[in-house]
Design a protein. Sequence first.
Length: 402
Amino acid sequence: MNAIGRFFGFGTDVETRSGSVGSAGGDSPLPAVIPPPRMDLGVTWQEALKVSAFSRSMDQTNTMMSSMRATVRDARQRLIPFDDRAFPSIVNKPNLDMDWEEFVQSTVNDLFLHGEYIWLRVGDPQTVNLIPTSPREMTIVRERLPDGTWGRTRYAHLGREIPRSRVVHKKHTAVTGEARGIGPRQLAQGELRAALTLAEFQREWFDSAVVPSGILTTDQHLSNIEQDDLQDRWNNFLRSHRGQAVVLAAGLSYDAIQLKPADAQMLQVQDAIDRKIVRICGTPAFDLLVPGGTESRTYQNLEQSTLQYLTTTLAKYMNAVESGLTEVIPRGNKVELDETGLLRMDSKTRSEVDTANVQNGTRTINELRARDGLDPLPHGDEKPAPKQIPSERIDQTKEIEA
C-alpha cells in the first residue's frame, strides 16, 4: 500500500499545523484533520442536467472544446511538429484510459457543473498520466496564518492528503479568499430552481389526480356529506361514461377547466427562464432555439457569431485546459488549442482568399491542394512573377517626388 501511495505521490507522512484543538490541521490528537469534501448546496448537478437549456449549453460547449486539437510551442514561440521527438506525448494522450475527446469533455463538464476541474498527476519528475478527479471527492483547504493572511492550499482525496505538486487545479471563476471555484451552475441557482419548479407545475397540471378537470355547481344547499357523495358519484360517472352525453338535473351545472396549451405550459415564462440560463452560460441563443436569438443566419454572421462565442465564452475554458497541460510539460513550452477548425469559412469566401494568396505569392497551388488532401500538380509549386510597373508610371512618380 505504501508503494502504491509513493507511486501516485500521495505520501505517507502526516504533517501537523499550528492552530486550535479540533481545527483543520490544528495541534490536536488528529493530525492534519481534513474537513469533508465539497457538498452540493441548492440545485445539485444532477438536477441541473434536467433543465434542457442548461444541459444543451454544456453539451455545445464541450463539443466545441473537444473538437480542438492541442499544439505545443517552444520557448521561441515556434510550433513543434507532432512527429518531432520534442513533442510531449502527454499532450496527445493526457489519460491512458480515455481518448482526447473524452478527457476534454470530462474536464469542461467539471468546469461547467462544479466551477473547477482537478487532475491528479502520475509520474515523477515527468508526468505520464493525468487522472481527472471529481471535485465532489476532493477537499480543498486554505490555511490562515497567524498574521491573518492566507497560507498555502492543501488538498485531500476522500480524506487522504495529497501533495500540492501532484494536483492540477483550475477554476472557472475565481473569487479572492475562496479555495473553490464557481461556475455556471452556481451562478444560475435561481434560474435553475425556477425551471425545475415550472417543470413540476407542468407535470402536475396534466396530472388529473392533482388538478381538477372542472367545477360542478348547484343552486341548492348541500351538507358536507351530501357534497362529498355528489362529488364521488360525479367522478365515477365521468370515468365510466367518458365521451358520452350527460343530463344534469336538480340545479346542477358543470364547467370544464380548459386552458390553451401555451397557457397550460406557461411557455412565455419558460422562454424567459431559458434566456436567463443561456445568458449566464454564454451560449448563443440561436443555436439553442431560444426565442430572442432567432434572427436569420448567413455565412457571414454565422462566422461572426462563432468568433464572438469563441472569444467571450470558450476562451475561458480554453485557457483553463491550456494552462493545465502547460504545467505538466517541460518548462519553456506552451500548449495551445487550435481553434481554426471552428472558424471555417464558406466555400465562396475560402475560394476568394485562396485565389488572393496564390496571386500575391504567399501560397502555392500545391500547398493549398495538400491542405485539402489532394495530389500535387506538375507546375503547382510555381509562384507568379512579380508585377512589372510600366516605365511611364515610374517616370511620373520621380517627377512628382522632384
